[in-house]
Design a binder for this molecule. Structure first.
Ligand code: SAH
Length: 236
């Protein structure tokens, strides 16, 4: 199964850019999220109620540049500045579902970007820690998450390679940029029984899930994907 951004922008523009509300005055974004969840997520097998509810709730259009707001619910990634992208909604849902989260979990994300994935996680777990290497993105995501009321998300600017040792161990770790291998500090900061999901590889990546069992990382490959590369120490 290839999960690559579709470029059906024309269709989407026609369907979604006509007006702010429909006849029954339901806001356009509420309708767009419902449509996104059914036509992109449920049909592809996303079934976890918590994940579905979070995807229905988080206002994705607030996480993209204003000029792209009306494209926020399309079946593709979008640029968020600094040559980075917010992932396709399905990929966000799939990665979140694969983590098998519980309400009491503490989760680490590497690659804050817009903060959207962190916001989805924030509705599902107790505490989210997210690290972004580009200062301007870290600042704007922190401001946005605070403004939107996601009080259980902690944003830090830095190299995610090192993780967040003071807040470890984590029940789950999600890496939303692509490293060639899993950074060792992250393996160490994952709790026993915890799950780590990562797009692994350089030119070609495979979404890969690890489960830590008796200190060993058990690996399952899920699907081919496209992510921006992880930068910083991993390149050395
Ligand atoms: N999860 C994001 C999208 C991620 S895009 C969202 O929901 O919007 C990948 C992000 O990873 C980019 O913002 C990029 O700057 C960041 N990144 C790349 N290498 C990194 C590293 N070593 N540590 C932390 N963030 C990194």
């Amino acid at each position: 199964m290839f999960i690559i951004a579709s470029l059906a922008l024309c269709t989407f523009l026609t369907l979604n850019c006509s007006s702010k509300t429909n006849k029954s005055e339901v806001p356009w974004d509420v309708l767009a999220r419902k449509d996104m969840v059914h036509s992109q997520l449920v049909v592809r097998g996303i079934s976890d109620d918590g994940v579905i509810n979070a995807m229905l709730k988080v206002e994705r259009h607030r996480f993209v540049p204003k000029s792209l707001e009306k494209l926020a619910y399309g079946d593709y990634p979008l640029p968020i500045g600094e040559q980075q992208t917010i992932s396709q909604p399905y990929i966000v849902a799939l990665m979140t579902e694969e983590l098998g989260l519980r309400a009491s979990d503490r989760v680490l994300e590497i690659g804050t970007g817009s903060g959207y994935q962190a916001a989805v996680l924030a509705l599902l777990v107790e505490e989210v820690y997210t690290i972004e290497i580009i200062q301007s993105l870290a600042d704007s995501a922190a401001e946005r998450l605070k403004r939107l009321g996601f009080d259980n998300v902690n944003v830090r600017c830095g190299d995610g390679f090192l993780g967040w040792p003071e807040a470890s161990p984590f029940d789950a770790i999600i890496i939303t940029c692509a490293p060639s291998e899993v950074p060792q500090p992250l393996v160490e900061q994952l709790d026993e029984g915890g799950r780590l999901i990562v797009p692994l590889g350089e030119d070609f990546q495979v979404l890969t899930l690890y489960e830590k069992r008796n200190g060993e990382m058990q690996k399952t490959e899920i699907a081919p994907v496209m992510f921006v590369p992880m930068k910083g120490m991993i390149e050395e």
